[in-house]
Design a protein around this ligand. Structure first.
Ligand SMILES: [Zn+2]
Length: 91
C-alpha cells in the first residue's frame, strides 16, 4: 500500500496548470488572512501558485482567493500576500 509512490500534484490558481507540489508555493487561509505557507505546515485550506515568475507576479484577486480558499479574505491581506510573493525570490 505504502509502496506506491506518487508525486502529489497541485493546481495553480493562476494558470490552472498541474505541477508537483515542490515547484509551487502554498498559500493558506488563517481566518480571513492569507499567509505564505512555505513549509506547507499551516492547517486549513490552502491554494497553490507556481513558483514561476508569471504566476507568482500575477495580480491576485480577492474574489478568486476567497473562492478557492472557501473563506472571505480581506483586501488588505490579498495585497500583502501579493507583495510577499513579489519579494519572495529575486532571480
Ligand atoms: Zn501557474
Amino acid at each position: 500500500m505504502v509502496s506506491v509512490k506518487r508525486l502529489p500534484k497541485r493546481t495553480c490558481i493562476i494558470c490552472r496548470g498541474k505541477k508537483p507540489k515542490q515547484s509551487m508555493i502554498r498559500l493558506a487561509a488563517v481566518g480571513s488572512e492569507v499567509k505564505l505557507d512555505l513549509k506547507t505546515r499551516l492547517d486549513g485550506r490552502g491554494v497553490y501558485i507556481c513558483i514561476s515568475k508569471s504566476c507568482r507576479l500575477a495580480q491576485l484577486e480577492v474574489s478568486k482567493l476567497s473562492f478557492s480558499l472557501k473563506t472571505i479574505v480581506t483586501k488588505q491581506s490579498t495585497a500583502s500576500i501579493t507583495e510577499q510573493l513579489r519579494t519572495l525570490i529575486n532571480e
